[in-house]
Design a protein. Structure first.
Length: 129
């Protein structure tokens, strides 16, 4: 979801989420109430292993906003502590997150996730892990 939300920034069409015309993130950023911002983001894939993603919309928007700023202004992109804690909460590697979002699908790999699960998938597809 973050990869798609950042398309206009990666394409240099805009520098901010608020200016990303015709995107769902722009709709989410504008005119949200505090109550809506504190609701959990709904996963597009539903529950995974009987667990749903527990991430407030506000935290998701802040994460995507930081990613956009980091892509637009790479030399000014120190990750804030609250973004690191959001990624840790989601069991994602903060030092790899931006690269995964920014370059998703541009390298030979097309899978994102825990190393052990990626290795299992490589074995299943008879690829080198």
């Amino acid at each position: 979801m973050a990869y798609v939300d950042l398309n206009p920034i990666r394409a240099n069409m805009t520098k901010t989420l608020e200016e990303s015309d015709h995107t769902s993130i722009q709709k989410r950023v504008k005119n949200m109430t505090e109550e809506q911002l504190n609701q959990a983001v709904k996963s597009l894939s539903g529950e995974i292993k009987n667990r749903s993603m527990v991430l407030k919309l506000k935290d998701y928007i802040e994460l995507v906003e930081w990613c956009g700023k980091s892509i637009a202004y790479p030399k000014k992109s120190k990750m804030p502590a609250h973004i690191k804690s959001t990624l840790a909460h989601l069991n994602l590697q903060p030092n790899q997150w931006l690269g995964q979002v920014q370059h998703f699908g541009t390298h030979q790999g097309y899978f994102v996730g825990k190393l052990i699960l990626l290795q299992q998938k490589a074995e299943e597809l008879k690829k080198n892990g």
